[in-house]
Design a binder for this molecule. Structure first.
Ligand code: ZN
Length: 240
């Protein structure tokens, strides 16, 4: 009799414990799936931004945009690139150091000490790596870094880029636009200095001696592929 009574009392207590345990497991699973602010949930994170690199970035921003900050706020555009390296390792090694290689990049060495980089690096199989939070300024496009998210693609030329990269770029741009409704423009790096295009009204450069360098990446074929996928798969059309 006593035993039976005890088990009746225990049942709701056990049910409560089970419900709490389930809640804890679900919360932990949700937290694991959700990426921290500024990070893409489907990217592999290889954050190259150290405190030193953030300081060098703030110095670059002061010199070129008139504000000492490494913060990228309300980005308005996305710029696609290729790295000019055939392998992921060579591409990643190029972006990793905080300081610009002034011998390798003599063309832009007058522009500041911080190394070039981009927020994302997409491997030839479409794997997306995130090198920087979307809340941080990367040096990848003269005159627009203060407002541009950069996507680099592993490839030593336009012919080296793959359909998997085009699909990954379109899917990533879709997610970035959802996170940042402020984004209006998508361009290829080869378009950045075209003052006839709508994005050019965002151009800002305090150092008038700092000149554009000619760019061919990622090329119009790749850009067209990504735009087509964006339109057909995600219903997204961005100005250039
Ligand atoms: Zn580029």
């Amino acid at each position: 009799m006593r035993k039976e009574r005890r088990s009746c009392l225990d049942r709701p207590v056990l049910a409560l414990f089970a419900a709490v345990a389930l809640l804890v497991v679900c919360c932990a699973a949700t937290a694991a799936l959700a990426a921290p602010p500024g990070f893409d949930p489907e990217a592999k994170v290889l954050n190259i931004f150290t405190p030193l690199r953030l300081k060098l970035t703030a110095e670059y921003s002061q010199e070129h945009y008139g504000t000492y900050t490494a913060d990228l706020k309300q980005p308005k555009m996305i710029v696609l690139h290729y790295t000019a390296f055939h392998t992921f390792d060579d591409s990643y090694k190029f972006f990793l150091p905080p300081y610009l290689d002034t011998e390798e990049r003599a063309d832009i060495s007058s522009g500041g000490l911080v190394n070039v980089s981009a927020h994302y690096l997409v491997d030839r199989d479409g794997t997306i790596y995130q090198l920087a939070s979307e809340d941080v300024i990367c040096r990848h496009v003269i005159g627009f870094n203060y407002t541009a998210i950069g996507i680099e693609n592993v490839g030593d030329g336009a012919d080296d880029l793959t359909p998997a990269q085009a699909r990954a770029n379109a899917a990533l741009v879709n997610r970035i636009v959802k996170r940042h409704p402020s984004i209006e423009y998508l361009i290829g790096h080869q378009q950045y200095q075209n003052s006839n295009l709508p994005h050019f009204k965002l151009y800002l450069e305090k150092d008038r001696s700092y000149q554009f360098t000619p760019k061919q990446d990622p090329g119009f074929i790749f850009l067209k592929r990504v735009r087509k996928l964006l339109r057909e798969s995600y219903g997204i059309v961005l100005k250039n």
